[in-house]
Design a protein. Structure first.
Length: 337
C-alpha cells in the first residue's frame, strides 16, 4: 500500500503557499493565471510576469478574490500546476490541509473540496483549518489555556481580525482592505500629484522600496509611467512622502476598524489582549514600522510575526507534524445529493 502524502495549503489572493510533509519544505508561488479564451497561457510566477503587460486578448488575474475562491476551475489548475512542481508523482491520494476563512457557507466549503477532488486532483482527503487558528499556532499562542488573544492578518486583498478564547474564535471581522488596495492607493496619489499613470506592479515596488510609515527619511525613486495629458511615456522622480501618503490612507482605515473592533470586546478579554499584545501577520505587514504605527493609533502593543505571509502555512505545518494539534483540523466529506 502506498503511503499517503500530506500537504498544508494556504490559497491566498496573491500567492499559493504549500507545505510538503514528505519533503519537509514549504513552497510559495504567485496565484495567477494567464488565459486566452479557454486556453491557459501561463500559470503562477510566469503568469505574474505577464500581469499588466499582456495584450488585450490575454486575461491575467487571480482565481481568488478577497480571500475566497472566485473561479473554481482556474484555482484547481493553479494548485495542480504548483503541486506538480513540488512532486511529479502525486500518488493515488493525499491528505490536504487547507487554511480557510471564517464564516464560510456550505457552497464555499464545497469549493475547497472540489479544488482537491476535481478534474486534475483526485481521491484526496480534505481537512479544513480556520486561518486565525493556524496563525495563532504559528505564533506560539497556547490555544488550550487562552484567556484572550487577538490575531490580525493583513493579506493581499483583505484584513481579518479574530479573538480567540479557550481555543474558540468568539468574535471575528473581515474588511476588504489589504496590500493590493495599498498599491492602488499609491497609484492614485501619484496620478493626483504628478498627473502620471503607473501600474499596480510599479506601485507595489515603490511600497516595498520606500514604504516607511513612521520613518520620515527623505527618499525618491525614478519611475516611468503614462502622462495623463499627452498619453506618452514619461519619467518622473517620485517622493517617498507621496508613497507613504498612499499607504497611510489604507493603514488608517485598518487601524480605525481595529479600534472599533477592540471596543466590542468584553473588558476581561480586552485586559488580557492589552497585556500580551495583538498578534500581527500577513504579507502586507512587511512594511517597516507598521506595528509601531498601529500601536500608536490603537494604544495596544503588537507582536509582529517574522513569518509574514508564511505564518498561516507554518501553522498548518505544526498541525500536520503534531498529533495533539490535529484536533484543530476538521475533515470535510462530500455529501451525496
Amino acid at each position: 500500500m502506498l503511503l499517503r502524502k500530506t500537504y498544508g495549503i494556504d490559497l491566498g489572493s496573491s500567492s499559493i503557499k504549500v507545505y510538503s510533509f514528505f519533503k519537509n519544505k514549504s513552497y510559495m508561488e504567485k496565484n495567477m493565471i494567464a488565459s486566452k479564451g479557454r486556453r491557459i497561457i501561463a500559470v503562477g510566477n510566469e503568469a505574474y510576469d505577464m500581469f499588466e503587460k499582456a495584450p488585450a486578448n490575454i486575461v491575467v488575474n487571480s482565481p481568488m478574490a478577497f480571500g475566497m475562491i472566485a473561479n473554481l476551475e482556474l484555482q484547481e489548475i493553479a494548485l495542480y500546476s504548483m503541486m506538480k512542481k513540488i512532486d511529479h508523482f502525486l500518488g493515488i491520494g493525499s491528505d490536504m490541509f487547507f487554511s480557510v476563512p471564517l464564516d464560510m457557507t456550505a457552497v464555499e466549503k464545497r469549493a475547497y473540496y472540489h479544488v482537491a477532488n476535481g478534474h486534475w486532483l483526485r481521491q484526496n482527503r480534505v481537512y479544513m483549518v480556520e486561518a486565525p487558528i493556524a496563525d495563532a499556532i504559528a505564533m506560539g499562542v497556547d490555544l488550550n489555556r487562552n484567556a484572550g488573544s487577538m490575531i490580525v492578518n493583513i493579506g493581499a486583498q483583505s484584513t481579518q481580525f479574530s479573538i480567540i478564547t479557550d481555543g474558540k474564535i468568539i468574535i471575528a471581522k473581515n474588511i476588504p482592505i489589504g496590500g493590493r488596495q495599498m498599491n492602488e492607493a499609491i497609484c492614485s496619489e501619484i496620478r493626483k500629484r504628478y498627473n502620471l499613470q503607473i501600474g499596480t506592479r510599479t506601485g507595489k515596488r515603490l511600497k516595498i522600496a520606500m514604504g516607511r510609515l513612521n520613518d520620515q527619511r527623505r527618499e525618491a525613486r525614478k519611475v516611468v509611467g503614462i502622462d495623463g495629458i499627452s498619453g506618452l511615456p514619461r519619467e518622473e522622480i517620485i517622493s517617498g512622502y507621496v508613497v507613504n501618503a498612499g499607504i497611510m490612507n489604507c493603514v488608517n482605515e485598518i487601524a480605525a476598524e481595529m479600534k472599533t473592533f477592540l471596543e466590542r470586546i468584553p473588558p476581561q478579554i480586552s485586559y488580557h489582549i492589552s497585556r500580551e499584545g495583538i498578534y500581527l501577520a500577513g504579507g502586507s505587514t512587511k512594511i517597516p514600522y507598521i506595528d509601531n504605527y498601529l500601536a500608536s493609533y490603537t494604544g495596544v502593543s503588537f507582536n509582529l510575526s517574522p513569518l509574514y505571509e508564511k505564518a498561516t502555512v507554518a501553522g498548518l505545518e505544526k498541525i500536520i507534524r503534531d498529533h495533539e494539534l490535529m484536533k484543530w483540523a476538521q475533515p470535510v466529506k462530500q455529501r451525496k445529493l
